[in-house]
Design a protein around this ligand. Structure first.
Ligand code: GLY
Length: 362
């Protein structure tokens, strides 16, 4: 078991390893707990709840269907009926959508109460549950309503990953590998050395790369909780979006049937090609990008005919800047000049973007 501290105004621990969810009982001692979870995790929720003094469990829909104003309003109602006070506790048990909802529920209840996140997917452990971003979706867009609300603690219990489908593990590994490219190249070395071990959630390799990825996220958010604007090689929390500009467009293009990590995998190949052309990223690292992602079964290609649509969708990306004089939307990408050395790529030429996309052809 490893404990990673996220420094900041109120430092908190991210506990990683088998069995760490049992620490919930100590964190909750003397408090009423509202445990938010999807129906698929009812057995786990009941098991954790049986070790708590006072608890109400709140089932919410699976995945993004949980992140709606209607579900949030129902949760508020349940907290009111249970009589949750300012000193009580919300627990988010589930994937990133559940922890986003539970975090926002805690952020808004009585102007903010404690939340302990117990993520149950690799993606949520490596990304969503750490760093205090919380929120819900509106019809107008994802995460349009939210708050920064840092948790009291995050319990990444790797035992909870045992039943996770391989596709979900793969998708989470894309975010883990992203941390390798932006900060900790040892992750890339470990996955390259043994991709099968990296996919095995019970292996020491898996636990090590997960801990490393969480340490990257902890370090990045401690330095820039509120995601300040990045320029040149002064890149804060935005660096966590490596590969994401194209990935978000791919997710929309595929009507959200792709897992986030799958889209990010293709997005990272694109970002590496762009980095090669604008930042001098070595050919060997671009090759490594393709090979390490493919080694764990992640996609690295995309149909060339989709470019025009994807390019238009990228203009809507949150990282875009609008040129005041012309209203033109300027694309911004997170790039790397070497593993661990991040630089923003602003307003790359259109033909360069098209050229990079063409390299993704199957
Ligand atoms: N998922 C990106 C971030 O937490 O900033």
């Amino acid at each position: 078991m490893t404990s990673i501290t996220v420094h900041g105004a109120r430092p908190y621990a991210v506990e990683v390893g088998p069995g760490v969810a049992s620490q919930l009982a100590d964190l909750a001692a003397g408090r009423l707990v509202a445990m938010v979870h999807p129906p698929t995790l009812t057995t786990v929720a009941d098991r954790l709840a049986s070790r708590l003094d006072r608890v109400v469990t709140i089932p919410v829909p699976d995945a993004e269907a949980a992140k709606t104003p209607q579900v949030l309003a129902r949760c508020w109602q349940e907290l009111a009926e249970a009589g949750l006070t300012r000193t009580d506790l919300v627990v988010g048990l589930g994937g990133g959508a559940t922890t986003d909802l539970a975090g926002f529920l805690a952020a808004t209840w009585m102007r903010g109460i404690d939340v302990v996140q117990v993520p149950t997917t690799v993606l949520a452990m490596a990304d969503a549950a750490v760093g205090g971003k919380t929120g819900i979706n509106l019809a107008a867009g994802k995460n349009l309503v939210g708050a920064f609300h840092e948790p009291l603690a995050v319990l990444c219990d790797t035992d909870l990953l045992a039943t996770l489908p391989t596709r979900e593990v793969r998708s989470g590994l894309a975010e883990v590998l992203k941390c390798g490219f932006i900060d900790d190249p040892t992750i890339l070395e470990e996955v390259t050395a043994d991709p099968a071990e990296a996919l095995d959630v019970t292996s020491p390799t898996f636990v090590d790369i997960l801990q490393r990825a969480i340490a990257v996220k902890a370090h990045v958010v401690a330095g820039d909780l509120r995601e300040s604007t990045s320029h040149g090689d002064r890149v804060g929390r935005e660096r966590l979006n490596y590969g994401h500009t194209l990935a978000h467009a791919i997710e929309a293009h595929e009507h959200f049937t792709w897992r986030h990590g799958e889209a990010d995998s293709v997005g990272m190949v694109f970002a590496a090609e762009l980095s090669r052309r604008t930042l001098g990223l070595a050919d060997a690292v671009v090759d490594l990008t393709r090979s390490v992602l493919a080694s764990v079964g992640l996609p690295t290609t995309f149909d060339e005919v989709a470019w025009t649509t994807l390019r238009d969708t990228m203009s809507l990306d949150k990282k875009c800047r609008v040129e005041p004089a012309t209203g033109r939307r300027i694309l911004r990408f997170v790039g790397i000049s070497a593993p661990g050395r991040v630089t923003m790529i602003e307003d790359p030429a259109e033909d360069l973007l098209a050229e990079c996309f063409a390299t993704l052809a199957p």
